[in-house]
Design a binder for this molecule. Structure first.
Ligand code: URA
Length: 433
């Protein structure tokens, strides 16, 4: 087999066979095929696409390039969730205890944040002592005894994806549906769960800016999951503003606590309940999403969901008193109100700008090596649809950094205020099964 022929084949829009895809992925992972040939192939895929079978083979080749987690020692159907990345996205913090409170095992592997998006692991580490580096034995034991555990990515999962993703980043080939779908799904499949619920974000703060693109990505991912024996559902959710009112780390944990008590903002509650509901159905606990959602809302009201978060914090070595009294979580010394320059209605809050502003305040990383300030972040007081008068406080910056002017400007620019009241966009845009 020659790489030149395979590039030429894809360039002409022909399909690659399983053997050819494995040859490419293995050769690239081992360093036998150079970057320049893979770059050319990626660009050919970008323009010519890949069919469902090719995309599934690419996913499996990437899964088999590294370690695969074996969760068979956990009883029951293990359900995972994945978000394609948003700002203020604390859904995992809400959903893990919610689903576990229904008796469904959640074995979650999560990542850290980079750039304008946050990571679940960073948020949890704002709780004093919370340990995300559990051994695989302890991880499995915790899920078996308490129905949930969360770890940072361990082992050498999907090294082929790591290498390919880095190359896509510098060759303008990230935004290709088969490449995104196979990249995300390879990590989910390698993580070992039986079923997967995908939260596909749509809007200005998301990878997918339009509903049509998001639907196409969701369908590609559901098809890969199903084709590889994992029950998969994708929920398309609105990301034309950050989710909820808090963006950061400790402040997002505070908001998750409120939400688990049933006192969260509508958008966050709706997205969390829908995702948890689909996880509960895939986990086999309920026959219908309506009944599952009812049980979930009940566990928010009766305190079971919050109790589960306390259990999660306790079994992973965290300080439970910070959950009982969220004022004990890290708080910033400086708070700066961001003022509206004109009156009108909020049409959009550019999530990426808010995420970047929060990063400049210390809540995120510009490079992988940066250290996070857990107290830093932004509280949004005005959300899309709200009426604003000149001089109103749009949001508050929370920081320990004296120099916050760039963050202030970014947050102010993030608010798109216009004369007319905007049309309401539903929180849940579609569900692909
Ligand atoms: N997230 C991933 O993991 N991979 C992509 O290609 C895009 C987003």
């Amino acid at each position: 087999m020659h790489m030149l022929d395979l590039i030429d084949k894809k360039k002409k829009g022909k399909r690659l066979s399983k053997e050819e895809i494995y040859y490419i992925v293995q050769g690239y992972t081992e360093g036998a095929i150079p970057d320049y040939q893979i770059s050319a192939l990626l660009m050919a895929i970008y323009f010519q696409g890949m069919d469902a079978e090719e995309t599934r083979m690419l996913t499996m080749a990437m899964v088999e390039s590294g370690d695969q987690i074996d969760l068979s020692a956990i009883e029951g159907v293990k359900v995972d969730k994945h978000s394609t990345g948003g700002v203020g996205d604390k859904v995992s913090l809400v959903v893990i205890p919610l689903v576990a409170s229904l008796g469904i095992p959640v074995a979650k592997m999560s990542g850290r944040g980079l750039g304008h998006t946050g990571g679940t692991i960073d948020k949890l580490e704002s709780i004093e002592g919370f340990d995300i580096s559990l051994s695989m034995e302890k991880f499995i034991e915790n899920v078996n005894t308490n129905k949930m555990a969360i770890v940072g990515q361990t082992g050498d999962l999907t090294p082929a994806d790591k290498k390919l993703y880095a190359l896509r980043d510098v060759t303008a080939t990230v935004d290709s549906i088969p490449l995104i779908a196979s990249s995300i799904m390879s990590k989910k499949i390698a993580s070992g769960s039986d079923a997967i619920v995908l939260d596909v974000k749509v809007g200005n703060g998301a990878f997918m800016k339009t509903l049509d693109d998001a639907r196409a990505l969701a369908k590609a991912m559901v098809s890969i999951g199903r084709g590889l024996g994992r029950d998969t559902v994708a929920v398309l959710t609105n990301m034309n503003e950050p989710l909820g009112k808090e963006v950061g780390n400790a402040n997002e944990v505070r908001e998750a606590i409120k939400t688990l008590k049933g006192e969260g903002m509508q958008d966050l509650v709706n997205v969390s309940v829908t995702i948890a509901g689909h996880m509960a159905v895939l986990g086999g606990a309920f026959d219908s999403i309506e009944v599952a959602e009812k049980a979930i809302r009940e566990n928010m009201k009766n305190g079971k969901a919050l109790e589960m978060l306390k259990t999660l914090v306790k079994i992973q070595g965290g300080n439970v008193s910070q959950i009982e009294n969220p004022d004990l979580l890290p708080t910033a010394k400086i708070s700066v109100p961001v003022i509206a320059k004109k009156k009108g209605f909020v049409h959009e809050i550019k999530a990426e700008e808010i995420g970047t502003s929060a990063m400049l305040l210390g809540a995120g990383r510009e490079t992988k090596e940066d250290v996070i300030d857990y107290a830093a972040g932004i509280t949004l007081h005005k959300k899309v649809g709200d009426e604003v008068t000149e001089g109103d406080v749009l949001c508050t910056l929370l920081t320990n950094r004296e120099n916050y002017q760039d963050a202030y400007d970014k947050a102010q620019e993030a608010y798109d205020i216009a004369d007319e009241r905007p049309e309401h966009i539903p929180f849940i845009l579609d569900v692909i099964t």
